[in-house]
Design a protein around this ligand. Structure first.
Ligand code: PLP
Length: 356
């Protein structure tokens, strides 16, 4: 049976990227050896790295003063790499969920850390707005899409201090004005590639301002100067990332991707709002286009297990909500096909007929 992969991460990837990766694992560029056993210093792999970075810059419309770094360690390493490189005196964090909080926690100890705004009072079910940003911060950190709670900033915010964003789960899903950010980072395993590669987009003027010693691997300048080849880069995820980026470009770029993502999310949110057995969990204006959280509606709490079972029988994978929210979470990342969104809607409709 066809599976519909709504997993939150590692997540669905474009089929053609998977097909091509499978081939490259057996024979990379006709070299007669596997991508996995080939030196990263070959011209063949260098070409993969160069194209990946070039496509990423092109799709995001990055100006020349921004550098792209591809490293290991996941977004969780960026949680401390950011303050290591940028925090001298004081940083501000917006606390919008589990990942935002983890980022904040890692910054403590590098300097003073203040929570500029938080949505913890309502179990992170909304995005705080209109908060004052102190002007004496070295940077302000936000998490643009809250993967676990299903909220997302739909507009790039204006910040009087350098803005740092964790975009692990919404990179390339909507157009952004990169010039509003000083640094953007994320793990690749939601929207770009398999786990193992992490991207950082760094504006060059923010570096070199802290007085502490920065270990070589943690210093963004190392990876910028060495073209992300200071040490062995995560070759396989970078290869798949290249093909994901090619796929987005061929589709029409981020602007087109955004239209498709809006259509997919709208389909599912409309159904959740219509279906008497389910309800959404977050403020309507802040609903994520990438992670759609929903729970059984009041009085129907006992249908949780039945829906998990029924949806599984219809080929749905990865719908279990995070334990902090409960219910269900349909992750609708870039590579999730529209037909999967449609299949989920048909599934909830059929379930309603059986139980309402
Ligand atoms: C998944 C996720 C992370 C954690 O990424 P790792 O690469 O596993 O460290 C951080 N932030 C957000 C927003 C995420 O969705």
């Amino acid at each position: 049976m066809k599976k519909h992969n709504f997993g939150a991460g590692p997540a669905v990837l474009p089929q053609e990227a998977l097909d091509n990766a499978a081939k490259a694992v057996l024979d990379f560029e006709g070299m007669g050896i596997s991508l996995l056993t080939c030196s990263h210093r070959t011209k063949e792999f260098q070409a993969v790295m160069d194209e990946t970075v070039a496509l990423f810059k092109e799709l995001l419309h990055l100006p020349d003063n921004y550098h792209v770094v591809l490293v290991g360690g996941g977004a969780s390493t960026q949680f401390y790499m950011v303050p290591f490189n940028l925090l001298e005196k004081k940083a501000g964090y917006v606390n919008t969920g589990v990942w935002a909080k983890k980022a904040l926690k890692e910054a403590q100890g590098f300097g003073e850390v203040v929570t500029v705004a938080s949505s913890e009072d309502k179990n992170f079910s909304y995005i705080p707005k209109g908060f004052d940003i102190p002007t004496d911060l070295d940077y302000l950190h936000i998490t643009t899409n809250n993967t676990i709670f299903g909220t997302e900033y739909h507009q790039d915010i204006d910040s009087p201090v350098p803005l740092v964003a964790d975009m692990s789960s919404d990179i390339l899903s909507r157009p952004i004005d990169v010039t509003k950010y000083a640094l953007i980072y994320g793990g690749a395993q939601k929207n770009l590639a398999p786990a193992g590669v992490t991207f950082a987009i760094v504006r060059d003027d923010i570096l070199g301002k802290v007085s502490r010693h920065i270990p070589t691997m943690i210093d963004y300048r190392t990876h910028i100067n060495e073209g992300s080849m200071f040490n062995t880069p995560p070759v396989f995820p970078i290869y798949v990332m290249r093909d994901t980026l090619r796929w987005i470009k061929n589709l029409g770029g981020v602007e087109k991707m955004y239209q498709i993502n809006q259509a997919k999310a709208q389909l599912i949110y409309d159904e959740i709002d219509r279906n008497s057995l389910f309800k959404g969990t977050v403020a309507v204006d802040d609903r994520s286009l990438m992670n759609i959280c929903f729970v059984p509606s009041d009085g129907h709490e006992d249908l949780y297990d039945a829906f998990m079972k029924f949806s599984k029988s219809k080929g749905m994978v990865g719908l279990k909500g995070h334990r902090l929210v409960g219910g269900f979470r349909a992750s609708t990342y870039n590579a999730l096909p529209m037909e999967s969104a449609q299949a989920l809607v048909e599934c909830t409709q059929e379930f309603e007929k059986m139980h309402a």
